[in-house]
Design a protein around this ligand. Structure first.
Ligand code: ZN
Ligand code: ZN
Length: 203
């Protein structure tokens, strides 16, 4: 299989954009805000779609600009439309994702898992063929991701992790929206500590 996953992060602590595809075509997950540098990593491969794991501006700011080059579609869950509007007041995403939806790129499929909690429209993209799940802000290596140092719905977010992510194969790579990757097996071991810790954040 020639399909691969490239990571692009403009700097430490910045978002991870994930580029899934082969030498011909790619799907971009969470473009972030630096379209020019991201498109450098894409190179001359065709962008089929730009998929946003959720509507927060640090993830979607460059979505339209990245999509524009190859007239690709931008996909967003409709429940994050109002968040999207904070970055893009005048233009909507092209595709309304729903749970169970599938994107195809090169010889793999990406399945949409609606995992609300961090935001109402948060999704993860599961690629069984590559043994990877792209988790956006639903799950980072260190645990559920806050936004602006707060959890909008900690219980809901944990619930989504437990119900939709920890049920994936244990050796699945977790490729998050920020920071280093982890695996489902490691997340499973840490899960009880996240439940016990609750939504309070230390300094
Ligand atoms: Zn977020
Ligand atoms: Zn973020």
């Amino acid at each position: 299989m020639s399909t691969r996953i490239d990571q692009f992060s403009p700097g430490t602590g910045d978002i991870n954009a994930w580029i899934v595809g082969d030498d011909e075509e790619v799907i971009v997950i969470d473009p972030g805000s630096d379209a020019a540098r991201l498109l450098d990593v894409v190179g001359d491969r065709e962008v089929l779609a730009v998929v946003c794991t959720h509507g927060h501006a640090d993830h979607v700011a460059a979505a339209l600009e990245v999509a524009e080059r190859d007239e690709a579609s931008v996909a967003l869950h409709p429940r994050d439309r109002s968040l999207w509007r904070e970055a893009h007041p005048d233009e909507d995403a092209d595709i309304e994702m729903e749970d169970g939806g599938v994107f195809e790129v090169a010889d793999v499929q990406l399945e949409v898992i609606h995992a609300p909690g961090h935001t109402a429209g948060s999704v993860c993209l599961y690629c069984e063929d590559l043994g990877a799940v792209f988790t956006g802000h639903v799950l980072l290596a260190e645990g559920p991701a806050p936004q602006d140092r707060e959890y909008p719905d900690y219980a809901g977010q944990l619930n989504a992790i437990g119900e939709y992510l920890l049920t994936l194969p244990a050796d699945t790579r977790v490729l998050p929206g920020h920071g280093p990757e982890t695996t489902i097996a490691i997340a499973e071991k840490k899960f009880d500590s996240w439940v016990a810790a609750g939504p309070a954040l230390g300094d």
